[in-house]
Design a protein around this ligand. Structure first.
Ligand code: ZN
Length: 265
């Protein structure tokens, strides 16, 4: 991945970090994971989309991109039957975490963002399905320690205009626009003969075009622009949140485990 290094927390030195933050105290968290995306695309497609959208948003609308969260929920809850359906018995070679680890990590990521001086958090997940629980975690944190937040998966950024999919026309159009060198559409027919079978590839993948990908990405960025425009910033410096205080917020979320969408089929 070629990052826009001038917006990336891990590539910035203190002076440039503080300058960007003073200009607009927004932090973006890209979320994705490695999971099968057919024969035509790399495992990390979800991460690649999220990284690209966050880099572009920070570059255009201001703010800093936090280190990418490249492990995500899978194998549990509703993901389990989906995996069975699109993979059969094939080893999916994916980078999954159980929901409690992902959500607790996200909670501490919010703590880190607020303690670092950010006033608004934008989470863009390239992996769809666990967004309700991501938002529930963000809301629980913000209730205890106020911070503005906008948490969406990439198909949610284009609702009503495009329909998301998995390793099909929608996702591959985006990859053709972002990194055409990573796409191998000539392998689309592999599903019939390859020992891995379909490997979660959508049958409409050959309809993907870079042009449609650019439309999807532009529409996504319009949504992110509107979200960041709605944030309001103050001159106040909030108190530092200790680890122990965050643990209390987690206990509240953990008590409602039975209601987590990620735990239910
Ligand atoms: Zn995907």
């Amino acid at each position: 991945m070629i990052f826009k290094e001038h917006v990336r927390w891990e590539f910035l030195k203190p002076q440039e970090f503080l300058a960007r933050q003073r200009q607009r105290p927004i932090v973006y968290l890209p979320m994705g994971l490695c999971e099968p995306h057919g024969h035509i695309a790399p495992f990390g497609l979800d991460t690649i989309k999220a990284d690209w959208l966050c880099d572009q948003a920070a570059d255009r609308f201001g703010g800093v991109v936090a280190p990418t969260m490249a492990y995500h929920t899978h194998e549990t809850g509703y993901h389990a039957p989906w995996l069975e359906e699109v993979m059969g018995g094939v080893n999916p070679r994916l980078a999954a975490l159980p929901p409690h680890l992902l959500l607790e990590t996200l909670l501490y990521q919010f703590r880190a963002f607020r303690n670092a001086g950010f006033q608004a958090v934008v989470v863009v997940s390239g992996h769809h399905g666990s967004q309700d629980d991501l938002r529930m975690t963000a809301e629980a944190f913000a209730e205890a320690f106020p911070i503005q937040h906008f948490v969406r998966t990439d198909p949610e950024l284009v609702t009503g205009k495009f329909v998301g999919d998995h390793a099909g026309r929608y996702e591959l159009s985006q990859l053709l626009a972002i990194r055409p060198d990573l796409v191998a559409l000539d392998r689309a027919e592999c599903v019939d003969t390859h020992p891995l079978g379909r490997f979660a590839q959508n049958p409409d993948v050959e309809e993907a075009t870079a042009e449609e990908g650019r439309c999807i990405l532009d529409t996504s960025l319009d949504t992110l622009r509107a979200a960041t425009d709605a944030f309001r910033f103050t001159e106040e410096t909030p108190d530092f949140i200790p680890m122990e205080a965050t643990a209390g917020v987690w206990e509240g979320i953990d008590r409602r485990r039975a209601q987590w969408k990620t735990n239910n089929p």
